[in-house]
Design a binder for this molecule. Structure first.
Ligand code: ZN
Length: 274
């Protein structure tokens, strides 16, 4: 059970980053509440190392969403509202991580299997966010991951680019390196550090690749009736868009949630088998 110090320190630290995130317009009010729930669970039930890892994801997502925002918006592919994330965006990327922190806190399972799963989920979310935000800046058009001969417009779900793949790998590697440094510093165990690095990179890269495959196959894709651009949004240019492929029930947040769950699963299987 968490002690009083963990709760008080958690409320203090998570509130501090919450206020900063609202000031930086990284989250809206609903995103703030959801982020508070995720951050506090991770701090109290996982620990400060867990929190530091999810914080790195949050800072990267906030920073790279703003990076060349106007250029991305002109390509019709930027996040809405200046990139301020709402509650559903927060849970789509951090819900599985929160669940794993709860399992770590209350579950009865020895070892670090939930920590490995947590790393897989955060690594996938980071890789996917960087791939999207950096991949949009690729000079050439993306190709569809399930049919590489087919070129698609920038921002199309399931489209991949060389720059986006590089960003995917980099995102997974950053989370792996943070985990490596924390684990080696904490436990003075380089072998364990290498293991968490390997797990983060592999699970994050595969989870993110699965995200693109879902994006190319089952995710709902629409066309704007005003500007003609392909989008994953139901509303574009203030008008309702036209559904052209995928299942309408499966939108980007659903895909992110499923992919982080798969990233977590891959990481836990790797942890148990290597
Ligand atoms: Zn439009």
């Amino acid at each position: 059970m968490p002690n009083l110090f963990q709760i008080i320190s958690g409320v203090f630290v998570v509130s501090l980053f919450g206020v900063l995130s609202v000031k930086k317009k990284a989250v809206d009010k609903t995103g703030l509440i959801a982020g508070f729930a995720v951050g506090l669970s991770v701090w109290i039930l996982g620990g400060w190392q867990w929190f530091l890892i999810i914080l790195v994801f949050h800072l990267i997502a906030a920073q790279f969403t703003k990076y060349k925002y106007e250029l991305k918006r002109s390509r019709g592919a930027a996040e809405e509202k200046g990139g301020a994330r709402a509650w559903y965006n927060v849970f789509a990327n951090g819900g599985i991580a929160m669940l794993l922190a709860i399992l770590e806190g209350y579950g009865k399972f020895g070892g670090d299997v939930f920590f490995a799963g947590f790393l897989g989920a955060i690594s996938t979310a980071t890789a996917d966010t960087l791939a999207t935000e950096i991949g949009l800046l690729n000079p050439g058009n993306p190709r569809l991951i399930v049919n590489l001969k087919k070129k698609v417009e920038p921002g199309t779900s399931g489209g991949i680019t060389p720059l986006g793949e590089f960003a995917t790998f980099t995102g997974a590697l950053i989370i792996g390196l943070v985990a490596f440094l924390l684990q080696v510093a904490g436990f003075l165990d380089v072998n364990w550090g290498m293991k968490v690095l390997f797990i983060s990179v592999v699970a994050g890269f595969l989870g993110c690749t699965f995200d693109s495959i879902l994006g190319a196959t089952v995710q709902a894709v629409y066309r704007c009736q005003v500007c003609g651009k392909i989008t994953e949004k139901r509303i574009h240019c203030g008008q309702k868009t036209k559904h052209i492929r995928g299942y309408e029930l499966i939108e980007n947040n659903t895909v992110n949630f499923i992919s982080t769950a798969l990233g977590a699963l891959i990481a836990m299987l790797l942890y148990l088998n290597i």
